[in-house]
Design a protein around this ligand. Structure first.
Ligand SMILES: [Zn+2]
Ligand SMILES: [Zn+2]
Length: 657
């Protein structure tokens, strides 16, 4: 009997494929069940090959797919991603399979309750800007990257709806990527008010069967609108019309563990391979995207005006140098909060630290409470009367005396959301207070319940972290106060200016969208009221800030003008990380590159007992990066220092994680 031979990718941290045989031909992208040592694994067929007689070839136990789980287009993207991100191919394929298909399960068909996507809702009249943007989008149905650069409230979502409508008319599907699961419910609501059929969702909090149902319904074309987070970028589609990436600037599109990839960049690759248009939407496009617009690689569609004709809020910088500050808020601003509440309106307070106080420390010596397994400061939580590690969520009791000098001079310092909440409960008794942070939104649906309650239009104070800046609108907020950004202004991280600017514009955009609020105000409390970026943001000029950042990066030879990579090592011992990374550093030093930093601790320097260190490398071009990283991976494989660490590569890193 004739046998066929295949290279199979297995879910292992190994940069190679393995040869197996089978009695029939198998299409690439199909799942197979194979023996591996004493285990049995689900692998993906990469290619048919001639028998290699120099190695022992085992038989495939079972072919699991009738049709390949990965279409030829998705297959092509994943092969590309594995090379681009220098990650073991089997792990890359595995990361895009829903759990159900990671096991030796066969495919099943599930019925979809409603796949009639007729329009059931009313379509609003478009503004000239929206019409214009759609006209440019509709110019061609081939691959091109359209960037909707639209202020918050300019009606980006309506454009998404029209694009979906066009795709449906042509019997094609639309994939909408969002950075956070939290943003999905409100989009489902808007989409199902417009279209009759089911809206598919795909994200990590679904059960394996829910995820698989979406996968299957998308593959056979029963569901034509899908909203998902990162990993939905490689879903199968019967016929895809276009991909939309909402809030494209959001850092959450970057996966920072395991297979490290940018879902936005992979979405662009997917659209290119499928030859369909892609839409990147944001009120604050990323620096990379703005640079690509300047280079005419991306097309910019600008929406400057708010859809409902309301005015954007006025932004003011409040100099906190000469004023008395209680619990993080200056006295004058407290008065403003009271006035706004007295008028029956809402106040939003943004403070990017949860808990009560971020530090618990000794005033006599320099002892500061920190987590035993993460080397990070512990945060005091008033409700728990405990110190909490925000990395691993370990909880600690509160010592009465300093563990270092034994004196009873321990104290909290710094301001978290709980502390502001408690302070304002005492100072502004008549206001209802909502706190929106990780601690109050952990439960399923908690954030939606909070937002429904808040949007009932009554005087209230909302206090929250970054979560507030992401996609949710609070139309009744008349005054928004941004606290505690000074530490960010001084942060040495290489893209802090970009992140800070996006954050401020996003927070401002949440304010005053209701018709009743004519004079929405955003106040930034800072000790640096003359900072040039803050001044530009005050004048509503994000693009000016962005262009300044692009210029700085050009002058400093930073990405996107160079190509960067991080080599990471984790292990239970600092010394093992340093030994491996020193050897890596020496290797790259010989290449005479302009910029190498490290070895240094990662921003998350220790997590659950494992230390994490890194070196950061900049190459003059992307082709140099790929060539040199490939060489490095081959050579470093044999190093004895590698045996004691888990090493990873991060291409186009966002931060020093
Ligand atoms: Zn002490
Ligand atoms: Zn910890």
């Amino acid at each position: 009997m004739k046998n066929f031979y295949f290279n199979i990718a297995l879910p292992l941290p190994i940069r190679k494929t393995f040869q197996y045989s089978y009695s029939e031909k198998i299409k690439k992208g199909s799942r197979v069940f194979v023996p591996f040592g004493s285990r049995k694994l689900v692998g993906i067929v990469i290619e048919e090959v001639k028998e290699d007689k120099s190695i022992e070839t085992k038989n495939i136990i079972a072919l699991l797919d009738n049709l390949p789980s990965f279409s030829s287009k998705a297959f092509e993207c994943i092969i590309w991603a594995s090379k681009y991100y220098h990650h073991p191919i089997g792990e890359v394929f595995h990361s895009f399979l829903p759990n159900h298909l990671r096991k030796n399960n066969l495919h099943k068909d599930y019925a979809v309750s409603n796949n009639d996507y007729s329009i059931i809702g009313e379509k609003p009249k478009l503004t000239d800007e929206q019409n214009n943007a759609l006209k440019i989008y509709k110019n061609s149905s081939d691959f091109k990257v359209n960037v909707i650069n639209g202020v918050t409230g300019s009606g980006k979502t309506e454009i998404y709806l029209r694009i979906i409508e066009k795709n449906l008319e042509e019997d094609k599907s639309t994939l909408l990527l969002v950075p956070e699961i939290n943003l999905i419910p409100q989009l489902i609501k808007v989409f199902s008010e417009r279209f009759g059929g089911n809206i598919g969702v795909y994200h990590s909090k679904q059960t394996p069967i829910q995820k698989y149902k979406t996968w299957q319904a998308s593959a056979n074309g029963n569901i034509k609108i899908i909203i998902g987070t990162r990993s939905s970028v490689m879903l199968p589609f019967k016929k895809i019309g276009s991909i939309i990436v909402d809030e494209e600037h959001d850092e959450s599109y970057k996966q920072n563990e395991g297979f490290r990839y940018s879902a936005r960049d992979l979405a662009i690759k997917r659209a290119q391979v499928e030859n369909v248009p892609i839409i990147l939407g944001s009120a604050t496009p990323s620096i990379t995207t703005i640079d690509n617009i300047a280079k005419n690689k991306f097309i910019e569609l600008v929406l400057k005006k708010r859809f409902d004709g309301s005015n954007p809020p006025k932004i003011l910088l409040y100099d906190s140098n000469k004023t008395k500050i209680n619990n993080g808020i200056s006295e004058e601003l407290l008065e403003l909060i009271k006035e706004t509440i007295a008028q029956g309106k809402q106040v939003l307070i943004f403070n990017n630290r949860r808990g009560y106080a971020p530090f618990y420390q000794c005033l006599e010596c320099d002892w500061i409470a920190s987590c035993n397994s993460c080397e990070t400061n512990l945060v005091y939580h008033e409700d728990l009367k405990r110190l909490v590690c925000h990395r691993c969520e370990s909880k600690y009791g509160i010592p009465d005396n300093c563990p270092s000098c034994s004196k009873s001079s321990l104290n909290i310092s710094g301001v978290g959301t709980q502390r502001i909440e408690k302070y304002l409960q005492e100072e502004v008794k008549e206001a209802q207070i909502f706190r929106i942070d990780y601690d109050t939104t952990r439960k399923k649906d908690a954030i939606d319940d909070l937002i429904t309650e808040i949007n009932k239009d009554k005087a209230a104070i909302l206090i929250g972290t970054q979560m507030l800046s992401k996609g949710h609108d609070f139309p009744n907020v008349a005054l928004s106060i941004i606290l505690n950004i000074d530490t960010l202004i001084n942060n040495p991280d290489f893209n802090t200016a970009e992140k800070l600017s996006q954050l401020m514009v996003q927070v401002s955009g949440r304010v005053g969208r209701s018709r009743n609020i004519k004079d929405g105000k955003v106040i930034i409390q800072t000790r640096y009221p003359n900072d040039k970026n803050l001044l530009n943001l005050r004048d509503g000029n994000y693009m000016k800030v962005a262009k300044g950042i692009i210029n700085d990066r050009k002058n400093l030879n930073q990405p996107p003008y160079t190509a960067s990579a991080i080599i990471l090592a984790t292990s239970p011992k600092k010394e093992s990380n340093i030994a491996y990374l020193n050897e890596a550093r020496q290797y790259f030093d010989n290449l005479k590159l302009e910029t190498i930093y490290g070895p240094m601790p990662s921003q998350v320097s220790k997590l659950k007992g494992r230390y994490k260190h890194l070196i950061y490398i900049q190459f003059s071009s992307r082709s140099q990066l790929h060539k040199e990283i490939n060489k490095f991976l081959l050579i470093s494989e044999k190093w004895s220092t590698l045996k004691k660490v888990k090493a990873m590569i991060d291409i186009d890193p966002n931060n020093f994680y």
